[in-house]
Design a protein around this ligand. Sequence first.
Ligand code: GUE
Length: 280
Amino acid sequence: MNALVIDGRAVAAGVRARVAREVATLPTPPGLATVLIGDDPASAIYVRNKRRQCAEAGMRDLHRHLPGEITQEAAAAVVDELASDPQVTGILLQLPLPPHLDAAALIERIPPEKDVDGLTERSTGRLALGRPGLRPCTPEGVMVLLDEIGAVLEGAHTVVVGRSNLVGKPMAQLLLQRNATVTVCHSRTRDLAAVCRTADVLVVAAGVPRLIGEDAVKPGAIVLDVGIHRTENGLCGDVDTDTVREIAGVVTPVPGGVGPMTIAMLLQNTLTAARENPIT
Ligand SMILES: Nc1nc(=O)c2c([nH]1)NC[C@@H]1CN(c3ccc(C(=O)N[C@@H](CCC(=O)O)C(=O)O)cc3)C=[N+]21
């Protein structure tokens, strides 16, 4: 078989165009504050892309770049300032933070109505309870891709590899909400490939380059690759796409798959947050 390769860039461009049209109808533009602490090169690329696409959608780009040596107290003061700034309708604290900082404590200072990353305790709790709220961008983007290809989730066996707060856990919740059967795997799962082979839909967010090979994929399965790694030969994901595409029914590429969707959903969440908490 030769799998359908989903064009995440095209789907993301469609989402961004719709968001831009809706932003243009608002009386005042939403403002997204991206907070980058330190000089991690990958984080710098992601934040630059987020800022550019935010501006292209007609939103205000309210970026803060803080030194990697900043203290917890000083970082908290910046988040507090953005929290009380009426121009700021969304706050994104780019992760990971330098190890001396307590990321969870800083995230909790983000007002839930500005939590466009969906990472605060309130957003997480609302997702777990199945109540409306802001959802983490990457899993939300995966759901849009699944809907785009008309994937049937109800009753399907979905396997999520990875249990991070940013992707794996919220991914499992979103799939459950759609009446999928959900198995969550992680680094200590025994015979990972055997569990993955039972998946109709396989979402891989393990952070391990090419962890998933053809031995871990059921023929015809839908495989979504959330991983992104910089290697000497360019970018690769958590899925060994060259071999898996011979087996799977649908795969997402890296780059050009889930990554662009993450930013598109960030813009969508920033629009949603601004609508529900308008600048007065
Ligand atoms: N608070 C927080 N929220 C995040 O959403 C968040 C984060 N921290 N930390 C890191 C991860 C990673 N992430 C990506 C976003 C876009 C691409 C993306 O656009 N990727 C392009 C390639 C871009 C490139 O050249 O690297 C693609 O896959 O085609 C990838 C990864 C968001 N993250």
